[in-house]
Design a protein. Structure first.
Length: 362
């Protein structure tokens, strides 16, 4: 397949989905507890799976299509409304969120049927995951009309069936889904990671009002952490991963596992870190508090675990140093009670810097 880059309409599409991701941050920030974390990750999984699904179907096309462009623009409107409803998806806006989300996913399935008719995708592979997707959509819609724990349970089941369908029920069929345009594919996921990091910068900046010397220092520390997250992906891993995928004998399954599944850990880590960073900046010279500290350190740790899993699946290389670093950050988040916010950020940067130096020396 001829290599190509992301189109302008895809970049616009990313920005709308980035808004939905920002709304996940809003939900978590308003309910920074274990229950709020679980609900936030649940809706993030839904939003992520919708975005990733469209990456695949657009990747399948051999040349730009007005049909695909029009479908993206229509779906864009629905996902924007879903994003508006997302912060209250477990409250009064559940039905609006579920309906608009399901419409977006149905448009995706329709596009895959269209591409299969053009010979760009395997119809049998598409049928393999369409069945599980439709079950997931039904559970999502039914759950929207329920309340409390019942809604959460039905939505968890919906995500598990839809998210796990391709891997568990149609993996052999999935292998022949399509030919992967590797440059376009890896670029799409890399761009989304950058957009999410950009959203974390916005969260850091908006938490700095009213401005003070301590908050400026906190902003600088949080920006340094953001740069470290960017560096770990784009300087150390992204290009090598792309080259490996291009030569991979089983490119579709490798791409599904390492990008569609594992990259959600990176995005989740950035979101959780952004919530903690905003609290840290707002705290300034004061204490961060247990929820904020766990969010800051836990988010970075989750991101590093995602990077280690990504490298293991695609490159076949175990990276224990990233796992050790993640464990050290989790200990900081768990045992760092009483530390000033600036001290927490400083120690986190020290841990990341030590890990980077150790990586270069090994």
């Amino acid at each position: 397949m001829e290599e190509r880059r992301s189109s302008p309409v895809e970049l616009l599409w990313d920005l709308v989905f980035a808004f939905a991701v920002t709304q996940v941050t809003t939900l978590l920030r308003a309910h920074l507890s274990w229950g709020g974390f679980g609900k936030s990750m649940l809706v993030l999984g839904l939003v992520w799976w919708a975005w990733s699904a469209f990456v695949w179907v657009v990747n399948a096309q051999n040349e730009p299509s007005r049909t695909v462009t029009l479908a993206l623009l229509i779906a864009m409107g629905f996902i924007f409304v879903a994003g508006l409803a997302l912060p209250d998806a477990f409250g009064s806006r559940a039905v609006l969120f579920a309906i608009t989300y399901v419409v977006v996913r149905l448009i995706h399935l329709g596009l895959y049927v269209y591409e299969s008719r053009l010979g760009n995708a395997s119809r049998s592979s598409i049928l393999g995951f369409t069945f599980t997707s439709l079950i997931g959509f039904a559970l999502l819609l039914v759950g929207a009309f329920t309340h409390g724990g019942v809604r959460v349970a039905l939505w968890v089941a919906a995500l598990a069936i839809d998210f796990g369908g391709p891997a568990l029920f149609s993996r052999e069929r999935l292998r022949g889904l399509q030919e992967v345009a590797v440059t376009h594919f890896s670029e799409r996921y890399g761009l989304f990671v950058i957009i999410c990091l950009g959203e974390s910068i916005i969260a850091i900046g908006t938490g700095a009002r009213p401005l003070s010397a301590q908050r400026v220092e906190a902003v600088a520390l949080c920006l340094a952490i953001t740069v470290a997250l960017w560096w770990a992906y784009f300087d150390e891993l992204a290009e090598e991963a792309e080259q490996t995928l291009r030569k991979h004998k089983d490119a579709v399954l490798a791409a599904v596992d390492s990008y569609s599944y594992i990259h959600v850990l990176l995005v989740a880590g950035i979101i959780v870190f952004a919530v903690g960073a905003r609290r840290l900046v707002h705290a300034g010279a004061g204490e961060l508090g247990d929820p904020g500290r766990l969010a800051l350190c836990g988010g970075i740790a989750l991101y590093l675990v995602g990077l280690a899993a990504f490298k293991q699946r695609l490159l076949g290389e175990l990276e224990p140093l990233k796992l050790i670093t993640a464990a050290a950050l989790l200990l900081l988040g768990w045992l760092g009670g009483g530390l000033a916010a600036l001290a927490v950020a400083g120690i986190a940067i020290g841990i990341l810097a030590a890990a980077h130096i150790a990586t270069r020396l090994v």
